[in-house]
Design a protein around this ligand. Structure first.
Ligand SMILES: [Ca+2]
Length: 564
């Protein structure tokens, strides 16, 4: 570390002890950050394939004969023992002595915040501890987090492969200054996170067709309410429609009327970012749900229940339909079984023949705050080689599913799970998911990977995606809230979300009248800062794409000038 930077950090630490004053953004920190960015793999010495006299540029083990290399990563994890089977395995395989400093999430977050302000933090930080704003503050502004792109390119082909070949990764992880401060964690994600699932057994019991329009859905829910749809002899215990308490996602249903959006009212329309929670289409959707509610077709506890209440009712076969991640959330089924539940089609309505459902992802989630290197690291290249070993797909599969051959075995058609009944209780515990690896840390399970189990587990999302094809909004682009406005804009963002949520719930439940209050609602959104917020989303999305494009073009060029 540069001497000047060390002094800046020490001063910071002293200031932080004296008062909780903000640290950084100052001149000293900024200039040392720029200096740090001129460092890179070109400063490493390589002799006979050994880098900096300590580690092998290629192959395993990583640490050269007779040498030592160690580092510490701080992570949130709930392990009771601090023992992870695959961490031990990686130590042996690489020769790198990794120390995992772990605490439960809230404790770890607090420890990290104190450590950063005191200047006493480990070489790496991982898991769910950092936010976007931390990357901006400690990476872009203060240079405490180290730019990794050159090291990745030089020493980490598995990681570089994700950046180069998975669409959207480079855009998502490139910070506004064009640098990459984190190792990307790329995982499979369903295109649709929340859906309405409908009870096909109830449809069958009452001789009803799967509804395809809002009018048909209304009639089905009415039949569910009026008849003994679950067939238990009581015609009055049916709850036609409920919502998962964790994510009601009421705004997704507005897509039946032409205004599908997320909790902030944002969506994609013809490739453009738009706010639609103040449109006539949105209003029509709220009125439809109000009609369902007023006729007793929506769970009277929809806005108050907790997860256990929701699951208890679902488990007793009281739901005809529910917003959920998957029906197995409230009505579990075993491998080999097909549930009596299917995704409700994207419904068309009187004024909307091209209905949409909100699209959560393009099939992958790209997490960009899951693993960073700090300026305490003595040899960033060695760290990248360690994580590149973790990112070997077969090692990541074992991190995810269990070691080969103890739990997983490979055949020509892929990776299989061994028959669990042949495992001892001791092994089941030893190879349990949370005992394999601190699973908040990233890994690189190949996209689309499925561990083959016998019998097969039914995939609800597969059925959903086939049905929703052609009806998805497209995904909102990644963005960084500008650091200097982060507090203000985060506040606006939260205020808009809460206001929409609260008002819509009151309208649906009939506590307030939408027709007489609609104009005031639109007005209040503007007062909260809607225009400024939407402009920021549009600007930052464009900026994120530009930064990534510049980063890609810069790959082979010197990046030192840019950092000045
Ligand atoms: Ca009944």
């Amino acid at each position: 570390m540069k001497k000047k930077q060390l002094i800046a950090l020490l001063l910071c630490g002293i200031m932080a002890v004296g008062a909780f004053s903000g640290c950084g953004g100052g001149e000293a920190a900024d200039s040392s950050a720029a200096e740090e960015k001129t460092q890179g793999p070109e400063n490493d010495t390589i002799e006979n394939g050994v880098v900096n006299g300590v580690w092998n540029k290629e192959g395993l083990p990583i640490v050269a004969d007779g040498q030592e290399f160690s580092f510490t990563v701080l992570v949130d994890d709930n392990s009771s023992t601090g023992e992870w089977y695959m961490i031990d395995y990686l130590r042996e395989l690489t020769g790198v002595d990794i120390t995992v400093e772990y605490y439960a999430n809230e404790v770890a977050t607090e420890k990290l915040s104190l450590a950063l302000s005191a200047g006493d933090y480990p070489e790496m930080i991982g898991g769910w501890l950092l936010k976007d704003s931390d990357i901006l503050k400690y990476g872009v502004n203060q240079g405490i987090f180290v730019p990794l792109e050159d090291y990745i390119e030089e020493y980490a082909p598995n990681i570089q492969n994700l950046i180069d070949n998975v669409p959207g990764v480079r855009e998502a992880i490139t910070a506004p200054d064009g640098h990459i401060y984190s190792i990307p964690y790329v995982i499979d994600a369903p295109k649709v996170d929340y859906q309405i699932s409908i009870n096909t057994k109830w449809l069958e019991n009452l001789g009803l067709e799967m509804p395809t329009t809002t009018e048909e859905f209304y009639n089905v829910l009415k039949a569910f309410k009026e008849q003994d749809a679950n067939g238990n002899g009581d015609p009055n215990d049916e709850i036609p429609l409920s919502f998962s308490p964790t994510n009601k996602n009421i705004n997704y249903m507005m897509g039946w009327f032409g205004a599908a959006c997320d909790e902030y009212g944002m969506t994609m329309e013809d490739g453009e970012i738009e706010f639609v929670a103040n449109t006539e289409e949105f209003k029509e959707g709220v009125k439809y749900l109000n009609k369902l509610y007023s006729e007793g077709l929506i769970d009277s506890e929809a806005f108050t229940q907790d997860s256990s209440q929701w699951k208890a009712k679902g488990g007793k076969d009281l739901f005809g339909a529910s917003m959920c991640y998957a029906s197995s959330d409230f009505m579990p089924y075993n491998a080999g079984e097909v549930p009596n539940w299917q995704a409700l089609p994207v419904l068309s309505s009187e004024n909307c023949s091209d209905p949409k459902w909100f699209q959560n992802s393009d099939g992958v989630s790209i997490l960009r705050t899951q693993l960073v290197v700090t300026d305490k690291a003595t040899d960033v290249g060695a760290l990248m080689r360690f994580w590149d070993t973790v990112y070997d797909s077969e090692i990541s599969i074992q991190i995810q599913s269990g070691p080969i051959p103890n739990v997983v075995y490979k055949e020509d058609d892929g990776y299989h799970k061994i028959d669990e009944s042949t495992m001892s209780e001791e092994d089941k515990e030893k190879y349990a998911w949370g005992n394999l690896y601190p699973q908040a840390l990233p890994k690189n399970v190949p996209l689309g990977f499925k561990l083959i189990t016998t019998p097969e587990l039914y995939d609800e999302k597969e059925e959903l995606e086939a049905k929703y094809e052609g009806h998805l909004t497209g995904t909102l682009p990644a963005y960084w809230i500008p650091l200097e406005e982060a507090d203000e804009l985060s506040e606006i963002q939260n205020a808009i979300k809460e206001y929409i949520e609260q008002t819509v719930a009151q309208w649906i439940a009939g506590q307030k009248d939408i027709d007489s209050e609609w104009d005031a609602y639109c007005e209040q959104l503007n007062t909260l800062g809607l225009e400024e917020y939407v402009q920021m989303r549009k600007d930052t999305a464009a900026a994120a794409q530009e930064a990534a494009a510049a980063g890609a073009a810069d790959d082979t060029a010197e990046s030192t000038e840019e950092a000045e």
